[in-house]
Write a protein that binds this ligand. Structure first.
Ligand SMILES: [Zn+2]
Length: 324
């Protein structure tokens, strides 16, 4: 993994390269931005560059030295990754303790250590507190790289010691090109890249759930089903396509994706040709109802309850006029 294969994040990568070139790494970096835009890939490429002894000249891992071969294989003792285990909503305190223990065992002289904390918003307050001392007084040569959706999720004490690197959504065309290069057929790639709002994570989920193919069905439900409970059941039918992960976290992510797709359809429905004040009021009302639904999913309210409450608000406005 090198910086070269990562699309549309040149400003972020330039800042990290400057850090490597100056040979004065900050003790921590916060890579923030939307889901699925390359933060994790960049964090990994940066960590590998930190660990490669020849990286200062090239501002990139060489890919062929012993350190690079070990970091690519995931066996480099100086590459530590803290992330949520599959099926868990949070990074566990025990994982943080394990990390700080291995950090304290790292040898001093000359050896570098790169710690990637993936999706830092998955650390709760207790977890951050357990990590704090290691970030405040890092072992010699240790660099922390946090990735997060939201910089504010990282406590101020850590933020104040970190260099902040911002990531932006990918251009729609980049998402489309990546999907096409991965062998996704054109119609699906077009539909998914239109809905994904610059996030490869979302594009992948949309394709995995078959949402791109079922937009017509979804629109029909929104335009004609008068009963919120029945409409919620129809939306619920999209949650578990062909098996896949059924853990609670996966379910919540997919429910979120469905609501965001409804939001995308609402934009199309209301904002393409607004015909006056009343229409804009309806649009705002629906957007707010969907946003509240997304918040409630994040608060772990049951998916069916959230769907029924959102649709109960949205359907009457949606169906006020004949659909376009
Ligand atoms: Zn190397």
């Amino acid at each position: 993994m090198s910086f070269d294969g990562i699309r549309s994040q040149e400003p972020a990568i330039r800042l990290l390269r400057q850090s490597l070139r100056s040979r004065r790494l900050a003790s921590a970096y916060i890579l923030s931005g939307p889901e699925g835009v390359g933060k994790g890939l960049v964090a990994l490429a940066f960590a590998r560059a930190i660990l490669c002894p020849g990286s200062a000249e090239r501002t990139e891992a060489c890919g062929s030295c012993g350190a690079c071969i070990r970091s690519a294989a995931g066996t480099h003792p100086g590459l530590l990754v803290l992330e949520r285990a599959a099926g868990r909503t949070e990074i566990l305190l025990a994982q943080v303790h394990e990390l700080t223990a291995s950090l304290s065992l790292r040898p001093a002289e000359g050896d570098r250590t790169a710690v990637i904390v993936r999706d830092a918003e998955r650390l709760n307050e207790e977890g951050f507190n357990a990590l704090l001392k290691s970030v405040e007084e890092p072992p010699p040569g240790a660099t922390f790289v946090f990735t997060t959706l939201n910089r504010e999720a990282v406590p101020e004490t850590i933020r104040s010691r970190s260099q902040h690197i911002r990531f932006r959504p990918l251009p729609r065309e980049s998402v489309r090109e990546i999907l096409l290069a991965a062998g996704v057929e054109e119609a699906r790639a077009n539909a998914a890249s239109e809905l994904a709002e610059g996030s490869m994570g979302r594009a992948t989920r949309i394709l995995g759930m078959g949402l791109a193919e079922r937009l017509g069905d979804l629109e029909k439900v929104l335009a004609s089903e008068r009963d919120a409970v029945a409409a919620a059941a129809a939306l619920g039918g999209l949650l578990t396509p062909g098996g896949g992960r059924h853990d609670r976290e996966g379910l919540r992510e997919r429910a979120e994706e469905i609501l965001r797709t409804v939001l995308g359809l609402a934009r199309r429905r209301f904002l393409v040709a607004p015909d006056g004040r009343g229409e804009l009021d309806d649009a705002g009302f629906c957007f707010r109802a969907i946003a509240r639904g997304l918040d409630n999913l994040r608060l772990n309210l049951p998916v069916d309850v959230v769907f029924v409450s959102v649709l109960g608000e949205v359907l009457p406005r949606w169906q006020k006029r004949p659909s376009m």
